[in-house]
Design a protein around this ligand. Structure first.
Ligand code: RP5
Length: 166
């Protein structure tokens, strides 16, 4: 297992999840939050999952973002093996448009929490923002960057809609 010093681990079940999870990584990048991105499949690489989750805290990670699709047990299995906060991103599946992923991740029995975000890009982006909010509690400079990110977002919203031709 690769060792990297980073605050946030972004893991996903498959290379095919990257198109969604890249939005988490890009948002972390925009906020200058150190992160490490890995493919960890709960069913195809169970030993890798075990090694990652068991050592994540000792490696120095503070928050884990886990994205998966279909029978998406990656976030829940990860949360079961680490005391770190885990945010789950349901990746949009072909068969059921991500509803399977969403329900698999959100319906954790009481005792092991996974903070579950929206399906797809919005969820990946918001997982990064939620990770940022957690880290910002103890990092005033990051808190300022997060405030600036939100202010820039607010600035972009026009007061009135414009006509769109077509
Ligand atoms: C899950 O199965 C992955 O998280 C992915 O969303 C889905 C499909 O994986 P691939 O068949 O594209 O590798 O494990």
């Amino acid at each position: 297992m690769t060792k990297t010093i980073a605050d946030v681990a972004v893991i996903m079940g498959s290379q095919s999840d990257w198109e969604t999870m890249r939005h988490a990584a890009e948002t972390l990048e925009a906020l200058q939050i150190s992160h490490d991105v890995r493919i960890v499949s709960a069913h195809r690489t169970p030993d890798r999952l075990y090694d990652f989750a068991k050592s994540a805290k000792a490696e120095g990670f503070k928050v884990i973002i886990a994205g998966a699709g279909g029978a998406a047990h990656l976030p829940g299995m990860t949360a079961a093996m680490t005391p770190l906060p885990v945010f789950g991103v349901p990746v949009q599946s072909h068969a059921l448009s991500g509803q399977d992923s969403l329900l698999s991740i959100v319906q954790m029995p009481a005792g092991i929490p996974v903070g579950t975000l929206a399906i797809g890009k919005a969820g990946a982006t918001n997982a990064a923002l939620l990770a940022a909010a957690v880290l910002a509690l103890y990092d005033p400079a990051l808190a300022d960057r997060l405030d600036a990110y939100r202010a820039a977002q607010t600035e972009k919203v026009a007061e009135r809609p414009v006509e769109v031709s077509g």
